[in-house]
Design a protein around this ligand. Structure first.
Ligand code: IPM
Ligand code: MN
Length: 360
């Protein structure tokens, strides 16, 4: 039997509640498909920080390295100054574990309401591959004459050839394997680079160049290029034109939130921080939702979907597909994907999806 060591980080706010439902469904998949998840739960997040002052001890980071994957709930607390936990935990994990891909599938499940008029599940079905290790997030830059009217702040947009190359290569591989043709829902596999090559040097000199170079090796993947501003417009007006999108870190951060609302919002959006050769982390992207903590009202679908992504990544493809189908069988029964408006409790949604997996 395949056994996978999983580091579970429930985190803060509603994180533990959605992780519990994610685990419930993962356990149903274990029983059904005959693999084992050997989980270790870690106390990392605002709770630990407020109690002990510890953010992410190196010893914990070292332990993460010994796992096949990580499953995260959410991290944050209104009492903690913004930036401390984001940089000290989330970004630190991405950088230290070199999770250089942020994978964000954008899929509208059946019965889920989208703000895009006249669009349905067949139209909203693409994936964003966001570079997750470089760009403005690297932290280069600084402030001089702080707290004065002469203050000068810089934030350096930095990319190396290697960072761009490995991301673009991952995206081509992804498009070859999971593009619309590969999934049997389109005529071809397409990869669109999203940038701003008309203005930004790093886009023109690095991203566009590497995209063309690496693209030569993937004649089966059609290449497209869109500016990021135009992309936001297309994502709203004609999302069906997208298949796989690849973009740099900051643009990717922004467009994936726009994409998330088109797929029904934070209750359903899952993501993966991936190191194809190391330890990857899977998460619901919604955050800690403090006002719903402990109220049995939060939507666990994003966490359950993150669990499916994790299984896919581990190679348990059939189990991953089954969870996705189970989600799609439950979403039409829900009144809404918004917290407290689902028509079910958090636990009931988890129970229904786990049962659908067990009975598949
Ligand atoms: C995300 C988040 C993070 C980011 C924050 C919390 C650091 O917005 O995963 O998209 O900016 O990448
Ligand atoms: Mn974001």
């Amino acid at each position: 039997m395949n056994t996978y060591k999983i580091a579970v980080v429930p985190g803060d706010g509603t994180g533990p509640e959605v992780v519990a439902e994610g685990m419930k469904v993962l356990n149903a998949a274990e029983a059904k498909f005959g693999f084992k998840l050997d989980t270790t739960t870690y106390d990392v997040g605002a709770g630990r920080y407020l109690a002990t002052g510890e953010i992410l001890p190196d010893s914990v980071l070292e332990e993460f390295r010994g796992h096949h994957a990580m499953f995260l709930g959410a991290i944050g607390d209104p009492r903690v100054t913004p930036g401390i936990l984001e940089k000290g935990i989330l970004l630190k994990m991405r950088f230290e574990l070199d999770q250089y891909i942020n994978l964000r599938p954008i899929r509208l499940y059946p019965g889920v309401e989208t703000p895009l008029k006249g669009k349905g599940p067949a139209d909203i079905d693409y994936c964003v591959v966001r570079e997750n290790s470089g760009g403005l997030y690297t932290g280069m830059g600084g402030i001089s004459r702080a707290n004065s009217k002469d203050a000068v702040a810089t934030q350096v947009m930095t990319y190396t050839y290697e960072q761009v190359e490995r991301c673009i290569r991952y995206a081509f591989e992804y498009a070859r394997k999971y593009g619309k043709k590969a999934r049997g829902v389109g005529e071809k596999n397409t990869l669109a680079l999203v940038g701003k090559s008309n203005v930004l040097t790093y886009m023109y000199q690095l991203w566009l160049r590497v995209f063309a170079e690496v693209g030569e090796e993937y004649p089966d993947v059609e290449r497209q290029y869109f500016h990021v501003d135009a992309t936001t417009l297309y994502m709203v007006s004609c999302p069906e034109m997208f298949d796989v999108i690849v973009t740099e870190n900051m643009f990717g951060d922004i467009i994936t939130d726009l994409a998330a609302i088109t797929q029904g919002g934070l209750g359903v959006s899952s993501g993966g921080n991936i190191n194809p050769n190391g330890v990857s982390m899977f998460e619901p992207i919604g955050g800690t939702a403090p006002m719903w903590t402990g109220k049995h009202a939060i939507n666990p679908i994003a966490a359950i979907g993150a669990g499916a992504m994790m299984l896919e990544h581990l190679g348990e493809v059939q189990a991953a597909r089954t969870i996705e189908k189970a989600i799609a069988s439950v979403t039409p029964k829900m009144k809404s994907q918004l917290a407290n408006e689902m028509g079910f409790t958090t636990e009931e949604v988890g129970d229904m999806i786990a049962a659908a997996v067990a009975n598949s």
